[in-house]
Design a protein around this ligand. Structure first.
Ligand SMILES: NC(=O)c1ccc[n+]([C@@H]2O[C@H](COP(=O)([O-])OP(=O)(O)OC[C@H]3O[C@@H](n4cnc5c(N)ncnc54)[C@H](O)[C@@H]3O)[C@@H](O)[C@H]2O)c1
Length: 368
């Protein structure tokens, strides 16, 4: 079912999922994720929304009136592909849909697990899967992505462009607390505990915002005196280098919107590229959204070559979030098998197309 703005009755314990494939490769990878969710026998009811560039170009609607309210009211989770289309040079639709969803639905925690499935996927030498298993927790509603600022004397030699960096006490505190709670309540893949929360900023140069992050980090850490959680701090430039030199050094990294955006792409490079990276946009107790980390990849789109695993792993993350841990584990195990047996797209060494890689994983899931 494809709806501009759905109205779904609250009927059963079946989880209601809104699906927004979006643009470009999003339209190819999300059908693979759906196939795999169905193969896992997950108790879900999926409702597709046509938000994206095609819809915007046909009727100039980015988000229908009441769109976010509908998502929050009628669905337990949202599965998203990607947004961005060269036919809409301003990318206004992407901004209003994706950034709108994150800020208007207050999905303040962007959780990006970084796990290496197979040594062959990592560009670093001598690194094993056990060496890369950490998570980037990115503040998702503030910082420099809040679109505050302006341009003065545009188009003249005296032009001034100002982009404000907004850091609220509430926003900084809740994301740092989320990171400590995540550390305390989640284990690593091998079952060992998460031991460290690292806060990353640039407080040596950005003293006002950085000062707030520093103070709040210390205050929230003091709320966990009896836990064994070790606290660490790094400037973002040093962290970028250290992630490449020794990715074993991390468990939970918490940072602001822009630094999180950048370092999680670097982290995706460590796990096999953007096609392998999954994420969740969360607000505990509210409808949350799950999406691959990658964008719409226009040069790759429409060729059946995009890697669907980031989308499939995002779907698994969503099912785990909704209490379907068994289904999520089946999906993750099937993707792991696909990686090990090279039943993948070419970006990670296989010879399958997007659909065929999705079919292989779905078949593996249904046979488990
Ligand atoms: N969450 C989102 O919706 C999101 C995120 C990032 C970028 N974007 C948008 O996407 C468009 C393209 O941006 P970009 O090129 O900077 O980032 P991108 O993630 O689309 O692509 C970056 C690189 O990764 C490759 N890639 C991406 N997804 C892949 C996949 N599934 N399989 C194999 N290779 C993959 C691309 O071919 C490209 O080389 C822009 O309009 C941008 O604004 C959207």
């Amino acid at each position: 079912m494809v709806l501009g703005c759905a109205n779904v009755a609250n009927v059963s314990a079946t989880k209601r999922i809104a699906v927004i494939a979006g643009d470009g490769v999003g339209k190819e990878v999300i059908p693979q994720a759906i196939k795999v969710i169905e193969a896992a026998g997950a108790a879900v009811e999926l409702t597709s929304f046509d938000w994206g560039a095609d819809r915007y170009l046909s009727d100039r609607v980015t988000v229908p009136p009441d769109g976010f309210a509908t998502l929050g009211r009628d669905f337990e989770a949202i599965l998203v592909g990607a947004f961005g289309d060269p036919r809409v040079p301003s990318n206004i639709h992407a901004k209003e849909i994706l950034l709108g969803m994150r800020s208007k639905m207050d999905l303040y925690a962007n959780v990006r697990p970084v796990r290496l499935m197979d040594a062959s996927l990592c560009p670093l030498k001598g690194i094993e899967p056990k060496d890369i298993d950490f998570v980037v927790i990115r503040e998702n509603t503030e910082g420099v992505y809040g679109d505050l600022g302006g341009v003065f004397k545009q188009g003249t030699p005296d032009e001034v462009a100002i982009q404000e960096d907004v850091n609220t006490r509430k926003g900084v505190e809740r994301i740092i607390r989320y990171a400590f709670e995540y550390c305390a309540n989640n284990k690593k893949i091998d079952g060992s505990p998460q031991l460290r929360v690292l806060m990353c900023d640039k407080s040596n140069a950005m003293t006002h915002a950085g000062g707030l992050w520093q103070r709040v980090f210390k205050e929230v850490a003091a709320e966990y005196p009896n836990s064994k959680i070790e606290t660490q701090h790094m400037y973002v430039d040093a962290l970028a280098m250290q992630m490449v030199r020794d990715p074993r050094a991390f468990d939970v990294i918490v940072t602001n919107n822009m630094f999180g955006d950048i370092i999680s792409d670097l982290a995706a490079g460590l796990q096999g590229g953007l096609g392998m990276a999954a994420s969740g946009n969360l607000h505990p107790g509210k409808t949350s959204m799950f999406e691959p980390v990658h964008g719409s990849a226009p040069p790759v789109a429409g060729k059946n070559i995009a890697n669907p695993f980031g989308a499939i792993l995002s779907a698994a993350m969503m099912l785990a979030h909704l209490g379907m841990a068994g289904e999520a584990q089946k999906i993750e195990a099937a993707v792991l098998d696909a990686v090990r047996q090279r039943k993948t797209t070419a970006d990670i060494g296989g010879a399958l197309g997007t659909r065929e890689a999705g079919d292989w994983v779905a078949q593996k899931v249904s046979s488990r």
